[in-house]
Design a protein around this ligand. Structure first.
Ligand code: ZN
Length: 188
């Protein structure tokens, strides 16, 4: 092997190593900061839903430190020029303000108000659990705007997906539902 070729090889190996070394914090930043989050708006003191520019945070982490900036907020476009001070809340606890985690924690340990089966934490592949409103209507939690969820949780009861489907059918097609009293089968 000639010396210039050896030097070129060393440079390539170092460059690949450095890339991999910087890619790890970048990937970590991307996965930490993606997803819809709930914060308390420092201006209104109300719950608002925001998205961090996760790709930009990853590029920042690759170069030095993740740079946090909002990509979306439920108060935009009206307040698009705000100082984005809510980002401090996300920096302190990126996982605590994720909508998915907040909803999952709310359902955890709760049982369906109809069938009393435990609902438990959310799973990505399971059917989404639902909520029973004061108007006796049921709806999946995803049907509410994220920034409404904390208020919704204080007025609604947890419902499992099966009961939500049955109740929706009962509400939309009452003429097709017959409620029969339970009759034990007789032994022949
Ligand atoms: Zn149920």
């Amino acid at each position: 092997m000639t010396i210039p070729l050896f030097i070129a090889l060393v440079v390539v190996v170092l460059a690949v190593g450095l890339f991999a070394f910087r890619a790890i914090p970048a990937i970590r930043a991307y996965f930490s900061y993606r997803g819809k989050r709930l914060i308390t708006c420092p201006e209104t003191h109300k719950s608002e839903a925001v998205d961090v520019a996760a790709g930009e945070a990853a590029v920042g982490a690759f170069l030095s430190e993740p740079t946090l900036r909002l990509k979306e907020c439920s108060r935009w476009p009206e307040r698009q020029d705000c100082g984005q001070e809510c980002l401090q809340q996300i920096e302190i606890g990126p996982a605590n303000c994720l909508v998915w985690n907040i909803v999952s924690q709310w359902y955890e340990g709760k049982s369906c108000a109809f069938c009393h089966k435990p609902i438990g934490a959310l799973h990505h592949l399971d059917h989404a659990p639902a909520l029973l409103g004061p108007d006796s209507k049921t709806a999946e939690w995803r049907e509410f705007r994220p920034e409404q969820l904390l208020d919704v949780f204080s007025t609604h009861q947890p419902i499992c997906w099966n009961c939500h489907v049955a109740e929706t059918f009962r509400r939309l097609h009452p003429e097709l539902v017959v409620d029969r009293a339970y009759e034990p089968r007789r032994m022949m």
